[in-house]
Design a protein around this ligand. Structure first.
Ligand code: F6R
Length: 364
């Protein structure tokens, strides 16, 4: 049942701290600075030189994040929309193709994974469903352990995918278990950040003002979500969740790209939801993009870890705690899930079963 929540989606948003703990449970040796992924022992013994991700929808946004994590650890990685994968020229050389699929049954993703296997490439399924087609057909499977998700909109499975991908990248990038390479503090810092994450997500859920913010911007003509770096997949995911359950027009952009055309649509009637976190050059540039839309009178809703410069331009602030750069996107995403939920709820939408959508898409 919905355990007292009005919708499964809200229940599942609130289950995220528990889901993330499940995903991490028994898999992290923080002292030693390594992850234990028994099911992937073979892969970690003989890590790939490069990886390609294939996925759809929300799982594709997780894949964009995952590919960036691999590149940050020095492993070449790209993410593909699964239905486009077969149209791409295959690269040569040792690589692993990773299908990110909550259900493990998405036809486009299964077909991209089959394409990879036909080309003789090793495959890994990152999935929530034990014994799913993706898990059975791939050479390896990594389970995200999010528990069942009933709402059509993917929420806790997205967060669990991001955490599982962090475990995967630390396993693969830190190489064979023989442990000849010294563990860096960087690894320990990231593993500690993962441990702290469920509590931080809980804090966001407990303290969020997303319901009030949602009520302020119900009849806008469109919604633009922007973010840069690790917050770019968050912007895409924020917009997808928003349009999926509110039926309002929303688009996600890399923050710097909005000015290259779409700025023509930005008016006082198009709120811009900007995800701006951290205190580096990346965040500073996004603040510049926020100024551009503010100058066109767009209401600005900032998701930020307390950056005063962006708060100055923002009409509304959705605050998140300061966190590591790899876990921050999950905190920002929790705020965006709540914004989408509350706008959809105010508009009386069919939140758990949006029109035209099914939980798993089994046709190409
Ligand atoms: C959006 C959503 C979809 C799925 C996509 C892939 O909320 O749920 O975009 O993410 O259809 O599904 P899986 O992960 O089952 O392959």
């Amino acid at each position: 049942g919905k355990s007292g929540y009005d919708h499964y989606m809200l229940k599942e948003i609130n289950e995220q701290p528990h889901a993330l703990r499940q995903c991490l449970s028994g898999r992290v040796d923080e002292l030693d600075g390594r992850v234990e992924l028994e099911e992937l022992d073979d892969l970690i013994e003989d890590p790939p030189e490069a990886v390609q991700f294939v996925a759809c929808g929300t799982s594709y946004h997780a894949a964009l994040y995952g590919a960036r994590r691999f590149r940050d650890r020095g492993i070449p990685a790209q993410a593909f929309v699964a239905s486009e994968y077969a149209t791409e020229v295959p690269p040569t050389g040792d690589r692993l193709v990773i299908g990110v699929t909550q259900s493990g049954e998405t036809a486009d993703t299964l077909s991209a994974l089959r394409e990879a296997r036909n080309r003789g490439v090793e495959t890994l399924a990152v999935t929530n469903v034990v014994g799913s087609t993706a898990a059975r057909e791939c050479d390896h499977a990594l389970y995200i352990r999010a528990g069942p998700e009933i709402g059509v909109a993917a929420t806790k499975t997205f967060s669990s995918q991001l955490v599982a991908l962090n475990l995967l990248v630390e396993g693969v990038a830190n190489g064979p278990r023989s442990g000849v390479r010294p563990r860096s503090d960087g690894v320990r810092g990231r593993l500690a950040a993962l441990r702290e994450l469920p509590g931080q997500v809980q804090q966001v859920l407990d303290e969020s003002n997303a319901a009030e913010v949602a009520r302020t911007y119900l009849d806008s003509s469109g919604y633009f979500f922007i973010g840069r770096g690790y917050n770019y997949p968050v912007a895409l995911e924020g917009a997808l969740k928003f349009k999926e359950i509110t039926y309002e027009h929303a688009e996600g952009f890399p923050a710097g790209e909005l000015k290259h055309g779409t700025l023509a649509l930005v008016t006082a009637d198009t709120p811009v939801i900007a995800v701006v976190t951290g205190d580096d050059e990346i965040a500073r540039k996004t603040v510049g993009n926020v100024k551009e839309v503010e100058a066109r009178d767009a209401p600005v809703i900032a998701v930020t870890d307390g950056r005063s410069d962006v708060e100055r331009y923002a009409d509304e602030v959705l605050e998140i705690p300061k966190a590591h750069s790899v876990t921050m996107p999950l905190l920002a995403n929790a705020q965006l899930q709540l914004v989408a939920y509350h706008v959809a709820n105010e508009l009386g939408r069919s939140i758990d079963k949006p029109r035209n959508l099914a939980k798993s898409v089994t046709v190409e």
